[in-house]
Every structure is written in structure tokens, then in C-alpha cells.
Write a protein that binds this ligand. Structure first.
Ligand SMILES: Nc1ncnc2c1ncn2[C@@H]1O[C@H](COP(=O)(O)OP(=O)(O)OP(=O)(O)O)[C@@H](O)[C@H]1O
Ligand SMILES: [Mg+2]
Length: 252
């Protein structure tokens, strides 16, 4: 299983600095959370980790090999096959059916396997996320929670070793959000994959995250790192981190 590491990463859009000095390690089987206020660079960090954006400095290492400084095009393609991603806005094709969306990664990465095996995999994954009865439904008719689960199915269908989930439970009601947490935990336990997720949902972070980093929008650097459930009562943390982890529910 993959060990992913971010080493002294600096992220920019043109001249605009988003974050710098970002370093952390995600050993296999870890659920790692990226936390911070809106606009601090969480989605940008995920895009750097999956190789969609090039760092201004620093690197992302997969099993010790630098994605940008050491890998050639072939290595990069092999690396990307080990990743699956749920984008913040779903990024599903709304006019296509659920199954057609979920099939896409298999057509890229499972070409060597026969079609019957690919189809079985699509059905199995959709059953696992609880969408067995929506296989042929167009995505635009799904509820918010169903779209998230379809996106999760697409992220995991090709059996990635690292799964990136950008706000998997944002906008979901508490019961649906709990179901998403259970899916993420069972995925990790069943496959041994690691999960890197962006979340604002404190209850979810306390329940499932083994480790985390907090990115600060003001200083544009990480402010804290650790297991969210341990950090929540730590009065020694910077105020921005405490505010994020200790907000009352009615202020969330
Ligand atoms: N393609 C882009 N070009 C230029 N600036 C961008 C681009 N994408 C994002 N940004 C800027 O970079 C900063 C970080 O954006 P990002 O989407 O990573 O934040 P985020 O932490 O995921 O926020 P949210 O919690 O709202 O999803 C923001 O100021 C945003 O406006
Ligand atoms: Mg985002």
C-alpha cells in the first residue's frame, strides 16, 4: 500500500501565495484530514497531492519518490492509477447514468480486464455505497447525498491505494453524514487504503480522522497538526484552530 508524503510544499496561483511550508506524512491505512477556513487552500492541496497542480516549491512523494522532481511521465501515470478522488463539486457528468460515471476510471485503468469483470465491479461498488437501485438513473436526478455516494463510488472503483475526498459530507443531514463516515471507515478497514479528506464537519473529524493538518488562511502556513479528537480540548493551540474545533453547533 502507498505511503504518501508532502514535503515543504509551496502552492501558488501565479504570484499569489496560497500556502507554504506544508509538510506531513500519510502512512498506509491512515485517515488524514485537511482542515481550515474557506479559501485557505484545502482543495488546492488535494489537487497538488494527486498531481493535477505543480508545486511552486517542495514535492509530493509516493513511497519515497518525488512526483515532480523524480518521476518521468510513465512513473507519473502509474502513480495516478494508485489514486482515486472525489472532487468538491462532484465533477460527475450530470446527463450520464450513475453506472456510466462510475465506469470511467475502469475504462482508463482496468483495460486489461474483461468487460464482464468491469461490469461486476461497477455493480458491486454501487451496491456497497447503497445505490444499487439507481444504477441506470441519470445523475441530475439524484439527491445531494446520492451524488456524494456516486462520487465516492467513482473514486474507489479502480481499487486505489490512496483515496482523496474533498468534503464528502458537506451539506448532508446528520444521518446521511454518519453513513458516509461508516463507508469511509469500512473502506479503510477492508482495503487498507489511506484516505485524505477535507472536512468542516467536526463530529465527523472527531469520529474518523487519525491525523490532520490545519491550514491558516491569514499566515498562509499550517498552524497545527494532530488527531482532531485529541486537539479538541487542547487549550494550548492557536486561537484559529481552537475556534475551528470548538465552535458551538449553532455557529457552525
Ligand atoms: N484556479 C485558480 N486560479 C486562481 N486562484 C484560485 C484558483 N483556485 C482557487 N484559487 C484561490 O486559491 C485560494 C484557495 O482556494 P481553495 O479552493 O483551495 O480553498 P479551500 O480551502 O478549498 O476553500 P473552500 O473551503 O471554500 O472549499 C482561494 O483564495 C481561491 O480563490
Ligand atoms: Mg475546497
Amino acid at each position: 500500500m502507498a505511503h504518501i508524503e508532502v514535503r515543504d510544499l509551496r502552492m501558488q496561483y501565479g504570484d499569489q501565495l496560497i500556502q507554504e511550508h506544508v509538510s506531513f506524512s500519510v502512512p498506509p491505512g491512515t485517515i488524514f484530514a485537511v482542515m481550515g477556513g474557506s479559501g485557505c487552500g484545502k482543495s488546492t492541496l488535494l489537487r497538488h497531492m494527486v498531481g493535477l497542480q505543480e508545486p511552486a516549491a517542495g514535492d509530493v512523494l509516493l513511497d519515497g519518490q518525488g512526483y515532480w522532481c523524480e518521476m518521468d511521465a510513465k512513473d507519473k501515470q502509474a502513480a495516478r492509477q494508485r489514486f482515486g478522488m472525489l472532487f468538491q463539486r462532484g465533477a460527475l457528468w450530470s446527463t450520464l447514468s450513475v453506472a456510466d460515471n462510475v465506469r470511467v476510471p475502469l475504462e482508463l485503468h482496468w483495460r486489461a480486464r474483461d468487460e464482464a469483470e468491469r461490469e461486476q465491479r461497477v455493480r458491486d461498488v454501487l451496491e456497497w455505497v447503497g445505490l444499487a437501485d439507481q444504477v441506470d438513473a441519470p445523475v441530475h436526478g439524484l439527491s445531494g447525498g446520492q451524488v456524494k455516494r456516486a462520487g465516492l463510488a467513482r473514486a474507489i472503483v479502480a481499487e486505489p491505494e490512496v483515496i482523496f475526498l474533498d468534503e464528502p459530507s458537506a451539506g448532508l443531514d446528520p444521518v446521511t453524514s454518519l453513513r458516509m463516515d461508516e463507508l469511509i471507515l469500512s473502506l479503510r478497514d477492508r482495503t487498507g487504503a489511506s484516505v485524505v479528506l477535507v472536512s468542516h464537519e467536526r463530529d465527523s473529524l472527531f469520529r474518523i480522522a487519525d491525523d490532520s493538518i490545519f491550514l491558516d488562511a491569514e499566515s498562509r502556513r499550517p498552524l497545527a497538526q494532530g488527531r482532531p479528537a485529541d486537539m479538541r480540548h487542547d487549550e494550548g493551540l492557536p486561537l484559529a484552530v481552537r475556534n475551528f474545533l470548538q465552535r458551538k453547533d449553532d455557529q457552525a
